[in-house]
Structures are given as structure tokens and as C-alpha cells.
Design a protein around this ligand. Structure first.
Ligand SMILES: [Zn+2]
Length: 78
């Protein structure tokens, strides 16, 4: 029974629920996937990108979308 190692991507924002630091990446059968732990978002990643060190995710901090509907951070960490 092999469980993929799932690693959170620092600074990554979920494209679905726009929550930061809820996206984690893992490899399954040679294919890279990412998933959000806050909503049900999941996606395949291009293996060429790599997920280990050099994700350019810390760039958009200042001009990211801001939703002023109040905090709606729901964490479903299991
Ligand atoms: Zn999400």
C-alpha cells in the first residue's frame, strides 16, 4: 500500500476558492497532481514544472484578488 507524499506548496493560491497555502502537490503513477484541502479542487500538473523548490508563487502577493465579503476561510484538514 503506497500512499503518495503530499506536500503543501508554500504561497500557492487555490484557483477555485482563492485560499492561500491550502494547495498541496503529490505524485501518483508518475503524474503530478495538485489539490486543495479547503475545497474540492484538484488538477493535473505538468511534470516539467517540478514542485520541489522553485515555484514562482510568491510574486502576486500585493495585487492578488481580495474578496471583501469577510473571512471565509474554511479549513477541512483531515
Ligand atoms: Zn480551494
Amino acid at each position: 500500500m503506497t500512499q503518495p507524499v503530499k506536500r503543501f506548496i508554500a504561497g500557492a493560491v487555490c484557483p477555485k476558492c482563492s485560499t492561500m497555502d491550502t494547495v498541496r502537490a503529490f505524485e501518483l503513477d508518475g503524474q503530478l497532481y495538485r489539490e486543495c484541502v479547503s475545497c474540492d479542487f484538484s488538477d493535473e500538473m505538468d511534470a516539467q514544472q517540478g514542485v520541489d523548490n522553485e515555484l514562482p508563487t510568491r510574486v502576486n502577493q500585493s495585487d492578488k484578488l481580495v474578496f471583501d465579503e469577510g473571512e471565509q476561510v474554511v479549513k477541512l484538514i483531515n
